[in-house]
Design a protein around this ligand. Sequence first.
Ligand code: PRP
Ligand code: URA
Length: 209
Amino acid sequence: MGNLYVFDHPLIQHKLTYIRDKNTGTKEFRELVDEVAALMAYEITRDMPLREVEVETPITRAKCKVLAGKKIGLVPILRAGLGMVDGILKLIPTAKVGHLGMYRDPVTLEPVKYYSKMPSDIGERDLILIDPMLATGGSATAGISALKDIGARNIKLMCLIAAEAGIERVQKEHGDVDIYVAAVDPELNEKSYIVPGLGDAGDRLFGTK
Ligand code: PRP
Ligand code: URA
């Protein structure tokens, strides 16, 4: 079964509180999501491999470390995943970005895929699938399956808030995928929104209703 990592850094928790607050407007919501995404990227890259290089400092030669050239791919699930991309790119600016268009049918709650454009070398990249909300888990599991269908092998799932039901579903259907979240919420309501959650992430990011 994949691991679940909850990033409880005080800065992440502080910002997430204002993201949840219904009185936070679109501009501030977007800025906070961007900031939390960058902080989560810092944590999620902790296990990146390093290699040794030699550099000449103004004083002497020194053996130092640089990233070992792992290829990273970010895949936001449209729309809401887009809100986290720039924050992550601030820390991993060379990552390639694929886009997966998927929305949750409001009646059936089933994910509907409507767009996919991925880097051609997707099978060689470590992928981070990004979606702020993991509710029933339908969108994330369908997203992971879509990536595996085109050759992806190494996938991490990064969300702001995950419901326990969504975590269980991803772990059951994709036991090889680790999940990284800022918070785990206990419930879904009758419309399968996360409780307490933050409302509709896409609408709050883009000012739609
Ligand atoms: C939201 C959210 C996830 C999905 C989560 O997307 O961004 O993709 O719902 O729900 P699930 O775990 O039950 O599948 P939505 O369908 O609202 O589309 P949007 O991002 O375009 O607003
Ligand atoms: N999608 C959202 O945007 N919010 C939820 O709480 C659940 C699904």
